[in-house]
Ligand binder design. Structure first.
Ligand SMILES: NC(=O)c1ccc[n+]([C@@H]2O[C@H](COP(=O)([O-])OP(=O)(O)OC[C@H]3O[C@@H](n4cnc5c(N)ncnc54)[C@H](OP(=O)(O)O)[C@@H]3O)[C@@H](O)[C@H]2O)c1
Length: 328
């Protein structure tokens, strides 16, 4: 008998990459539970249970005795509780995709390392049912608390920072790659000195495969896969990988805010997320940022650089630069 793996989600970004990586695994029978809205044509060979987990549809997962569950699509504690209520004790591991937004950044002091025991945010009953992104980290924290309360459940909680990689629906990282390729001058926040903590989707998949297939103690794990990297270094590696001579044009972050401009991934700057716990526990080595940037630039080259969904357009960028040059 094959072991049964239920993936809640699995058709958009990291979930999709994970299913692609898992598909050749003949020891596990994979099932996907989702609404059938996102990329419904994918994975025709895999059994799909179609339903909205925020409704009674979640009861459909009761039909099987699962060995493993990997949960990408849980954002509300009440519906996560309901999901767990459909499971029986056959579940050997419940792998939950959380986020570093569960940490209380208001308590962060510059230079400090965010390890797994760093202060967390709290979530009120009203926030737990709020449907806006404003309460995203709080609700994810409440979801973690639901898992931790279920003592019988071997839950492994993965906390990525901003994820970049193939199939990212947000284009937040791609925005910068495309600006390097397509524009001569690129607006960056401040002088590009602020650091980013990023998670490379391919390495996150390797973490998830390890969590699924190997022994990993129950609990929470940060999963930033690179040391912090500055905007300057990130853009310089992007430039180098395609031989671009674009210039970087720094604008003070406050001035960008005054212009009502939020440049992609520039929000969570200068946090140092310590992911040594997962590195030590798994023994995994992650890709160097330089190499993953090269891989991504080559990937986008093949995709022919479509317009980015995030950030400002090339024309808006040009106007902004002109405005600030005239100011100077
Ligand atoms: N992107 C980042 O930078 C980042 C950073 C930190 C943490 N995260 C976490 O990563 C997770 C998302 O990862 P991903 O996009 O890579 O996952 P994914 O599994 O590739 O895509 C999301 C899946 O959820 C399904 N889904 C959405 N709403 C649903 C609902 N109400 N009922 C049933 N299925 C539903 C979607 O399919 P249908 O639309 O067809 O239902 C889709 O298959 C989230 O938990 C997020 O908090 C992301």
């Amino acid at each position: 008998m094959k072991e049964k793996l239920l993936i809640l989600g699995g058709t958009e970004f990291v979930g999709r990459l994970l299913v692609e990586a898992l598909s050749p695994d003949t020891n596990k029978e994979i099932f996907l539970f989702n609404r059938g809205k996102t990329n419904p044509g994918l994975f025709s060979e895999i059994t799909k249970i179609i339903g909205d987990r925020e409704t009674d549809d979640i009861e459909k997962i009761k039909s099987q005795e699962w060995d493993y569950v990997i949960d990408f699509s849980s954002f509300y504690p009440a519906s996560l509780q309901r999901t767990i209520d459909q499971l029986n004790k056959s579940v050997k591991k419940y792998i939950y995709i959380s986020t570093i937004s569960v940490y209380d950044f208001a308590k962060y002091t510059r230079g400090e390392k965010i390890t797994e025991d760093f202060a967390k945010v709290s979530c009120s009953p009203e926030e737990a049912i709020d449907t806006t992104m404003r309460t995203y980290g709080k609700k994810k924290m409440a979801c973690e608390a639901v898992l931790q309360k279920e003592e019988w459940l071997n839950s492994i909680i993965i906390r990525p920072s901003v994820i970049y990689g193939k199939h990212d629906p947000t284009d937040r990282f791609y925005y910068w790659c495309r600006k390097v390729k397509m524009t001569k001058e690129i607006v960056i926040p401040n002088q590009g000195e602020n650091n980013l903590t990023l998670t490379y989707a391919d390495d996150m998949v390797r973490i998830l495969l390890h969590a699924l297939n190997e022994d990993l103690p129950k609990g929470g794990y940060n999963c930033g896969t690179h040391d912090p990297v500055s905007f300057n270094n990130m853009l310089n590696w992007m430039k180098e990988s395609i031989g671009s001579s674009s210039q970087l044009f720094g604008i003070d972050r406050q001035e960008l805010r005054d212009e009502k401009i939020a440049l992609p991934i520039s929000g969570l700057c200068d946090l140092i997320v310590d992911s040594s716990k997962i590195k030590i526990a798994s023994g995994l080595e992650f890709s160097s940022f330089e190499n993953s940037v090269k891989t991504m630039m080559a990937h986008f080259e093949k995709e022919d650089w479509p317009t980015a969904k995030a950030g400002i357009s090339d024309d808006e960028q040009e106007e902004l630069i002109l405005k600030f040059k005239t100011k100077i």
